[in-house]
Design a binder for this molecule. Structure first.
Ligand code: ATP
Length: 622
């Protein structure tokens, strides 16, 4: 386990994205609360602009509270380490969920996107634009309803990260901030950005939820961005007309023609109520008139630093900038759904990244629990996904951390042209919805049946099927009231997503053999307490000197030398004394011969020699 700040201990990596690695961590308090900590990449943490923005946005990020937003609890700035501490969501991200389970029904997709739009509306009202909306940034938490049923609860995460990553210091190097498949035309062109970029992202996400793919694709980033700029999206035959009306409006090239997040959420609930096979004629009629609900945003929130009037955009270019100026350099083998690009791309780093999966950090969960065949009447697919989460949790233990995975390990700065470390892989576990967002796409007939319920997006029943295949499922008949507009008070009274308390233990699984771990390697000063290095150094030097002295004293004849030196000194001083006495006596004699008997070097008369002096004086007097 690794400390982050004085309050957190990193336990195990949960996933790795372009901006950093997310860890399961523990708060060092009595309760030992579990949290998620996103440790930002060294390249970001080492950028003064990012650090400044990190500190400046601290209060905004901490303030953002909404039932569909993953709460940021703390921001840690320690030395050159930046980390966001968030609530831990024990569930998969939507990207992974979609990949493993296939598309959603139109009703489920509408309601799920409506919840995301609620979160966007709240953040826009608070002046925060997400800028990187995509399925990988929607986590699916678990809520248990009053009836005991578990339901998916989408939660939007990574608020502010795109803005943090959008540093002039980084974008100078022709980097691209955003995820090509979800990026709005104005962002791609480096034009001013507003909250409408999030609505565009929500449109792409909605399209992907119902079809399983994004509307604008290409072989490389440039092609994808050009498609955003030039292509008109086409309505797939499986998308009901009212839903298409919403999608098409969200994907308008002109930002001012897109609806506000707030009206998008309302419109989607009307669509969800009206496109199911059990929809009342009135609800179906209302859905057909949904265009009237899609009111544009009168006061869009401006993304700071992309001011209207030709200010710099995400890529740091001006409004006329060629979109290629903000594109990665990587060519070929490109995945438009890949993780947010914030670092210069190069062929080697791209090639090390697994294609088409921004969430791959760890190998797939052993056993492929989420997609394992689920016989009718067997465990709910969600249980399997939760058991995968548990399995991952069980494997959590302190262990040797290779330097490349250690956020506290200081790597030498990357030199220009030197390839970056390869990206890891991500993982997540299953999740469920607020009112039970639908599961994978059914056959058309089944889908139509499922759409019929007023709530029509409940859990489908389990189906068996091969892993990785979209599973077909029987529709769940719903007879409840139509979906209601989001009511924050109602939401707040709902139980919070449960964490780490899956409903049941999974069926017994084979115990894993104990693993051998390499001994843990510690750095001299892992916590990096300022000044500790210097103090330690001084103490070490003193200790070494003392030990050396003791050794020399007892193993060499030094003590004798010191004794004899002392004797030598005594002898020398007594010799000097006697010499001095002799000199004194000699100079005393000659001084008396000069007449007054008190002159010479020593003015004290020698009383012992007084008779001689008298005699001498008498002779001289004669
Ligand atoms: N709060 C959280 N609780 C639990 N797991 C999380 C949390 N935040 C992220 N994760 C997991 O960590 C993975 C990586 O998250 P991260 O935000 O870095 O990925 P990303 O969105 O693909 O990256 P980026 O936005 O940088 O492209 C996610 O896919 C998710 O599985």
């Amino acid at each position: 386990m690794r400390p982050v700040g004085s309050k957190y201990l990193l336990e195990e990596p949960l996933g790795r994205g372009a901006t950093g690695t997310v860890w399961r961590a523990r708060v060092r308090d009595e309760a030992g609360t579990t949290v998620a900590v996103k440790v930002l990449k060294e390249e970001l943490a080492g950028d003064p602009d990012v650090v400044m923005r990190f500190l400046r946005e601290r209060s905004v990020l901490l303030r953002l509270r909404h039932p569909h937003i993953v709460r940021v609890r703390d921001l840690v700035v320690e030395g050159d380490l930046l980390a966001l501490v968030m609530d831990l969501i024990d569930g998969p991200d939507l990207h992974r969920y979609l990949r493993e389970n296939g598309p959603f029904t139109p009703v489920a997709a509408s309601l799920l996107t409506a919840a995301v739009a609620d979160a966007l509306a709240a953040s826009h009202a608070d002046g925060v634009v997400h800028r990187d909306l995509k399925p990988a940034n929607v986590l699916l938490a678990t809520l248990t309803g009053e009836d005991g049923d578990e339901r998916m609860h989408p939660m939007l995460t990574d608020f502010g990260i795109a803005r943090l990553a959008d540093s002039p210091g980084l974008t100078r190097t022709h980097e691209f901030v955003g995820t090509p498949a979800y990026v709005a035309p104005e962002s791609a062109q480096g034009r001013p950005q507003t909250s409408a970029v999030d609505v565009y992202g929500a449109g792409i996400l909605l399209y992907e939820l119902v079809t399983g793919r994004t509307p604008f694709r290409g072989d490389n980033a440039i092609e994808v961005l050009q498609a955003h700029l030039n292509q008109q999206p086409r309505r797939p035959s499986t998308v009901p007309e009212p839903l298409w009306t919403v999608i098409e409006r969200c994907l308008r090239k002109e930002p001012t023609q897109r609806p506000s997040a707030d009206s998008l959420a309302r419109a989607l609930r009307v669509v969800a109520a009206g496109v199911g096979v059990h929809a009342s004629p009135a609800a179906a009629e209302a859905a057909l008139g949904v265009a009237a609900l899609l009111a544009p945003d009168e006061t869009p929130t401006l993304v700071p630093g992309t001011g209207l009037g030709g200010a710099q955009g995400a890529g740091g270019g001006d409004s006329d900038a060629d979109p290629t100026q903000v594109l990665p350099h990587g060519q070929g083998g490109y995945d438009s759904n890949a993780a947010t690009s914030v670092l210069p791309s190069d062929a080697s780093s791209r090639s090390e990244q697994p294609a088409a999966d921004s969430t791959r950090v760890l190998p797939p969960v052993p056993g492929g629990a989420p997609q394992a065949a689920q016989a009718q009447g067997g465990p709910h697919p969600w249980e399997s996904q939760l058991s995968a989460a548990r399995q991952r949790n069980d494997q959590t233990e302190p262990r040797y951390l290779p330097p490349e995975m250690d956020p506290l390990f200081r790597r030498p700065r990357r030199q220009p042209g030197q390839p970056e470390q390869g990206q890891g892989q991500g993982q997540g576990q299953g999740g469920q919805g607020r009112q039970g967002y639908g599961y994978p796409q059914q056959s058309n007939q089944q889908q139509q049946q499922q759409q019929g319920g007023g709530q029509g997006y409940g859990y489908p029943q389990q189906q068996s099927g091969p892993p990785q295949q979209p599973r077909h499922q029987q529709p769940q008949q719903q007879s409840g009231p139509p979906p209601q507009a989001y009511d924050p008070r109602r939401q707040q009274s709902q139980p919070q997503p449960r964490r780490h308390e899956p409903p049941q233990r999974p069926p017994a699984r084979a115990p894993e053999p104990p693993r051998q771990h390499e001994p843990r390697r510690r750095s001299a000063n892992p916590v990096k307490i300022p000044g500790l290095g210097c103090l330690k150094g001084c103490l070490t030097v003193i200790l070494v000197i003392v030990v050396l002295f003791v050794v020399i004293w007892y193993t060499t004849p030094l003590p004798h030398w010191v004794d004899s030196t002392r004797n030598l000194w005594d002898a020398a001083s007594s010799w000097a004394q006697s010499a001095w006495d002799k000199i004194s006596s000699i100079t005393g004699d000659s001084g008396g011969g000069q007449g007054n008997g008190t002159s010479g070097l020593n003015s004290t008369p020698d009383l012992n020699n007084l008779p001689d002096l008298k005699g001498l004086t008498g002779q001289n007097g004669n």
